[in-house]
Design a protein around this ligand. Sequence first.
Ligand code: AHM
Ligand code: MG
Length: 338
Amino acid sequence: MSKQVSLSRYLVEQQRVDGLIPAQLRLLIEVVARACKRISHSVNKGELGDVMGSAGSENVQGEVQKKLDIIANEVLIEANEWGGHLAAMASEEMDSIYLVPNRYPQGEYLLMFDPLDGSSNIDVNVSIGTIFSVLKKPDGHPGVTEQDFLQPGSQQVAAGYCVYGPQTTLVLTVGDGVAMFTLDREQGSFVLTQENVKIPADTKEFAINMSNMRHWDTPVKRYIDECLAGKEGPRGKDFNMRWIASMVADVHRIMTRGGIFMYPWDKREPNKPGKLRLLYEANPMGWLIEQAGGAATNGRERILDVQPTQLHERVSVVLGSKNEVERVTQYHLEGTST
Ligand code: AHM
Ligand code: MG
């Protein structure tokens, strides 16, 4: 029988053998994984757990919060605030940063999360997830401020997501490639099911919300038009399309078989750089994708090089198979018109 490697063992090996992560970071990741198990449990209960539907409130970005958005946020905070590994947290669902209460020891890490990504899919029993990103608190001053969170994604020390689908899968990077862990419900632990995840550089599959087509910028329209033209068009091959409307699920498909995902800036709200959030969604996903050999840009520059200026900053996102992302980025840089 082949040996099963639990997430705990994987992390201990990363810490001990490879010296890749300090003990505090290992503890932090284990705690986040434990919280994801609890969220997975609530997601599975659905109507039986009174977790469906709207919470009757809005977040700081004016989006209606679902009960599960709030439950998942609370689970992540409760799990992480007392362990001594964190200085502060920030979440898509909270207006401002959450400082670890004084009664608990303070650690050196900052945790950011989108507690429940793909909220519009909660009530329809379609895959959703949790996305997280970890930074080190900058040295040199006591306490934590919002400014401490405004570090480019290239500074992340860990990032991951957990997808709640037919299986619950945790996907993680600490800067040494991407590993996937499947939740074994009988054992109650995440088991390593894939290491060194690699995204093929080429693909015939794109993911974008096509209903926004009339609002797109010229380079995005050009790229999709060329895909739609299929074998007879300039790309000389037929493309397939998928759009789950849960970034976690769309990214997970790309991690598994390649593809390109785009949520670009569009003319609906020209002053907003995009829909997705830089700190909670684009940075962690961008790093995971790069660690798996893919690429992630905002259409012009590498996502991980973008200097954040606000906690809830939004960004245009193009990520996935390297050659396709480079092509879309090239179209933007050329300032092309069709
Ligand atoms: P959420 O974090 O509030 O769920 O919003 C982010 C989601 C992404 O998961 C997904 O890619 C996108 O919003 C879908 O947006 P749309 O409904 O405009 O297609
Ligand atoms: Mg989200």
